[in-house]
Design a protein around this ligand. Structure first.
Ligand SMILES: C[S@@+](CC[C@H](N)C(=O)[O-])C[C@H]1O[C@@H](n2cnc3c(N)ncnc32)[C@H](O)[C@@H]1O
Length: 387
């Protein structure tokens, strides 16, 4: 709640500052620092204490260094040993989950900004779009593939009435999701589970529908996670995904494009980036029929760019002040040593994400909708809407 007021106040400040932007930004940022320093300190389970998630405080620096070393130095390398992807992604989310909750919110994804709506409302609309596409209704069972701390799951279960089971590789996120679900009174419909989405602990044909929001991009092989989703979906069930992709504007021979994508991979725990065509193909390899393929980032001519929220966080110097706070907290032993390195990585990637968005070479929301064939083995000819 405090964050909502703070966000609205800062957005208001941003809209009304005009030519006095710098002066007001400094005043505003001072207030953020003051409020933030209160907000970040321990406060029961709702605290925004920055921990290493499931990693002990004295291991955070080393785990971060090991994570960084896992990325190849050559352009386009990504994670060099792809067999370690799951373990590295788990480490990544141990390191960033508290920072994401503190600096971003409970939904770990982007959304276009709808005209006249707040970022929170735009985010909820982006999540609810999936409930509509999947035709979720009370009594339906839906799977959230890579559920984070459950922000989307809570919106989708409460708007549709469907039961949503979420899977995340990170045990700490399960704890956080359970805490938020209980606090918001949605635990009856929202069930987070720890597990690897490449080997899901669910029976064949057990879900009416499934969705993934900015999560399957973490798989070492996209067709493998899509294959698991195909297995657990009931015949005829739909799967919708907001995929992180290189768009049709990406040129693998352009060093600037490659650099942007490399930085995005490193700062987000991705083994590599796929093109949207490769993602479409991965679904077909997994035995799914492509129903829809459209980049939501550019679909609406009136919605504001998804990366503006990050851009605004940078422009208003909130990110810089947050970095200072993390540095101070680490020095005071209120945050683990190494947390400032993690924060620096996230600050750097915020710029790369904005560059990826503004050049149009990257989208975190290419919507792919697939269907599990009603009778497996039948000719999987794509009969799809494409844009
Ligand atoms: C960017 S977060 C998105 C979380 C959530 N969909 C949201 O929008 O708030 C990516 C999620 O994918 C999960 N994930 C990545 N690799 C995974 C794997 N192999 N098995 C299960 N979950 C995985 C992470 O743990 C994290 O929860």
């Amino acid at each position: 709640m405090a964050r909502d007021y703070l966000d609205s106040a800062l957005e208001w400040l941003n809209d009304y500052t005009g030519d006095n932007k710098n002066l007001l930004a400094i005043g505003g940022a001072g207030a953020v620092l003051l409020l933030g320093s209160i907000y970040i300190l321990p406060n029961g389970k709702d605290r925004h204490r920055l921990t290493g998630g499931g990693i002990k405080a004295d291991r955070v620096k080393q785990e971060f260094n090991d994570y960084a070393d896992a990325y190849g130095k050559e352009a386009g390398a990504g994670i060099t040993d792809r067999t370690k992807t799951g373990q590295l992604v788990d480490t990544f989310y141990n390191l960033v989950t508290d920072i994401y909750e503190w600096g971003w919110g409970l939904s770990f994804h982007f959304s276009p900004r709808l005209p006249g709506k707040s970022w929170a409302a735009s985010e909820a609309a982006h999540e609810s779009r999936l409930a509509a596409i999947l035709q979720l209704l009370p009594g339906k069972k839906c799977l959230d593939v890579g559920c984070g701390v459950g922000g989307p799951m809570r919106t989708i279960a409460s708007t549709s009435g469907a039961e949503v089971t979420g899977i995340t590789i990170n045990q700490y996120q399960v704890q956080r999701a359970e805490h938020h679900n209980k606090k918001m009174g949605v635990q009856e419909l929202c069930k987070p589970v720890q597990g690897d989405f490449l080997k899901m602990p669910f029976k064949d044909n057990s879900f009416d529908a499934a969705y993934a929001i900015e999560a399957t991009c973490h798989a070492a092989k996209l067709e493998e996670v899509y294959g698991e989703i195909q297995r657990v979906l009931k015949p005829g069930g739909l799967f919708a995904s907001y995929e992180w992709v290189a768009t049709k504007h990406y040129d693998e021979n352009n060093p600037e494009h490659v650099k942007i994508i490399d930085e995005i991979n490193f700062g987000n725990g991705l083994p590599e980036m796929r093109t949207y065509k490769q993602a479409e193909e991965a679904g077909k390899i997994a035995g799914l029929e492509l129903v829809m393929s459209i980049d939501i980032a550019t679909a609406s001519s009136v919605a504001g760019p998804w990366y503006n929220r990050l851009g605004w966080l940078m422009k208003s110097h909130i990110i810089t002040f947050n970095s200072t706070m993390v540095w101070i907290l680490a020095r005071l032993h209120l945050a683990p040593a190494g947390m400032e390195d993690v924060h620096t990585m996230l600050v750097r990637v915020a710029k790369s994400l904005c560059d990826g968005g503004s050049t149009g070479v990257f989208s975190p929301m290419h919507l792919l909708v697939f269907k599990k064939p009603a009778s497996p083995g039948k000719d999987q000819v794509a009969n799809h809407v494409s844009a």
